[in-house]
Design a binder for this molecule. Sequence first.
Ligand SMILES: [Zn+2]
Ligand SMILES: [Zn+2]
Length: 103
Amino acid sequence: MALQLRPNCEFCDKDLPANSTQARICSYECTFCADCVESKLSNVCPNCGGGFVPRPIRPAREWRPGVSLENNPASTKRVHLKYALDDVAAHFARIRDIPPERR
Ligand SMILES: [Zn+2]
Ligand SMILES: [Zn+2]
């Protein structure tokens, strides 16, 4: 299974194409933009509570047989946050001061 390359920020809905350097993911592939992770999410995933890393960019070109963006295309299914903002705020308050490696 290849990493799911989701097409948008789950928080602000900004487009995050497969080659975007602004995409951030948690260990569950929840996907947000760098702006939201830094200014709104306090490096806390609203879904799982984990931290984020930059999403790796899958090569567009087939440098090795069977592995490229063409072989494993990005997802086209937009994902939207499923929690209310007050719920997310309470979630952040509980978690943001704990470093990701100790959550
Ligand atoms: Zn965003
Ligand atoms: Zn997550």
